[in-house]
Structures are given as structure tokens and as C-alpha cells.
Unconditional design. Sequence first.
Length: 87
Amino acid sequence: ITLGKAGVLLSTRRDNTSPEFNHFPADVMPQIHSSNGPGDTFCGAFVHSLSSRKGSVHDAVRFAMKAAVLSLNYEERAISPEVSSLR
């Protein structure tokens, strides 16, 4: 769940266990140039990270947060072209 300037709340559940919640506070609150696209950017970057990297779900959240910040800073389109340079 994206929480704007408060960061992200991740809920995970494995098998029949109770859900586990992890809060990822925003490291940086950028100046917002456009709110058109950061949610989609977050989702795409999260899925990309999970499918192409060997990191954890927590690493994928952090990667997606960085991508979303780039889109918040980019006013020309919904998704910043700098997203492709993230590693």
C-alpha cells in the first residue's frame, strides 16, 4: 500500500499464518512536479525487481520507491526516463 509521504506498507502472508506488516518510511520527500504516474511506476518497478533480481521482497519495495520518486520529480510524462537507469 503506497502511503504518499509516509512511505509504503507491505503486507505479506505465507500459508495459513497471520499477515505480517512492514512499514518502509520514505527516505526522501521530493518536490512533487507531477502526481501522474508514481503509483504505476511503483507497481511496475516492484514486479520487475521481483522477476529479474535475486533480492528479497523488501529489496523490491525499496527499488520501487526509488522509481516512484523519479516519476514524482518528472513533469513531462507519467514515467521518468531515468527509471531505466536504476539498478
